[in-house]
Design a protein around this ligand. Structure first.
Ligand SMILES: NC(=O)c1ccc[n+]([C@@H]2O[C@H](COP(=O)([O-])OP(=O)(O)OC[C@H]3O[C@@H](n4cnc5c(N)ncnc54)[C@H](OP(=O)(O)O)[C@@H]3O)[C@@H](O)[C@H]2O)c1
Length: 249
């Protein structure tokens, strides 16, 4: 255990697919040891196997982040296994499209549970580890990367509940910066428009995948933030698709 390898360590949620997996791969290639998490154990094991090819230690933890005890177990297993945390990637998220008036309370709650409550609870659990890293490496600090969305910055029709969760996540990042950036722990909310992943399958008949942002673009942006010194705090980064109207998903 313990980060005794001296390598940097990241915990990535939503790492089995899509953007989280892309960021995990970028970090693995850069020499990070990882804890990776998602619900589906088979898919997570497959992702962990691929990520380990880069040579680092990869610890998979299957967890449903809508369930508080799973979040706590994830934090405990990460601490037990690696004993160190340099980068926390809050990647897991869910989204349902429906007009505001037709959004069910059940779907509203699920989106807030996974997209806001889970990051909040996980952050509470691992902030001490991030603070330890920042104290030991004051020039580099420790980073939190949260996958928010452009819908948290500019409203999109039929994504009211989802957009509200992402606005809350952006606010959570700001609060981390207000409370912990002077001690070297900073948070960045990355706010992309449509990225070509499973999550945007529902919109492919309207926007072709090749017109969407690429996973690698978001992964590269996230990685670049992890390379900044503790003297630069980036609260949020908006990434939009090319076109005449840029403040839309
Ligand atoms: N794609 C976009 O256009 C876009 C744009 C802006 C922001 N985002 C945000 O970026 C993040 C990643 O999106 P994506 O497009 O990569 O999504 P994705 O391809 O659907 O992947 C979602 C990931 O989160 C995991 N996940 C979902 N529900 C979970 C739960 N309850 N507990 C634990 N893990 C869960 C999934 O694995 P399991 O299903 O196995 O749990 C998977 O690993 C999300 O927060 C999303 O809101 C996406």
């Amino acid at each position: 255990m313990t980060g005794s390898s001296g390598r940097s360590v990241a915990l990535v949620t939503g790492a089995s697919r899509g953007i989280g997996r892309g960021i995990a791969r970028r970090l693995a290639e850069a020499g990070y040891d990882l804890t990776v998490s998602a619900r589906d154990p088979a898919r997570l094991e497959e992702a962990a196997g691929q990520l380990a090819v880069a040579g680092g230690r990869v610890h998979p933890v299957a967890a449903d982040l809508a369930v508080e005890k799973d979040i706590c177990r994830l934090a405990e297993e990460h601490t037990e296994h690696h004993g160190r945390l340099d980068v926390l990637v809050l990647g897991a998220g869910v989204g349902f499209s429906a007009p505001l008036a037709e959004t069910s309370k059940r779907r509203y709650d699920l989106q807030f549970d996974v997209n806001v409550r889970a990051p909040f609870v996980l952050l509470q659990a691992v902030l001490p580890l991030l603070r330890e890293t920042a104290a030991a490496h004051p020039d580099r600090g420790a980073k939190i990367i949260a996958l928010a969305s452009i819908t948290g910055v500019a409203a999109e029709p039929a994504l009211a509940a989802y957009g509200a969760t992402k606005a809350a996540l952006i606010s959570l990042c700001q609060s981390v910066n207000a409370e912990a950036s002077a001690d070297g722990v900073s948070a960045t909310a990355i706010c992309p428009g449509y990225v070509d992943t499973d999550m945007t399958a529902w919109v492919r008949d309207r926007i072709e995948p090749h017109r969407m942002i690429r996973v690698q673009d978001v992964a590269e942006l996230a990685f670049s933030v992890t390379r900044l010194s503790a003297h630069a705090v980036v609260p949020e980064l908006v990434v939009t698709r090319p076109g005449e109207q840029v403040w839309r998903a």
